[in-house]
Design a binder for this molecule. Sequence first.
Ligand SMILES: [Zn+2]
Length: 79
Amino acid sequence: MSLVNEAKRSDKRMKSEYAVIVCPKCRKHVQIIDSGVKSTTCQRCGSRLDVRRLKVWCKTPDLNEAVSLRTAILMELDQ
Ligand SMILES: [Zn+2]
């Protein structure tokens, strides 16, 4: 019984979502971040980004989905 509870609890802790964001400074860098973080740094221009103020393009618990969405957004920005 307690084992099940333990597993459930750690499962909840492990569960995180990925958020896809676009750097508002350079507008070219699409980044996948853990949706739980408050701030991140743009890997392209080095800007400090306040995640709560950013537009989150999508949130998904599936990393593969996040990666393909990132690619799709990148292609859209390129046009
Ligand atoms: Zn940037």
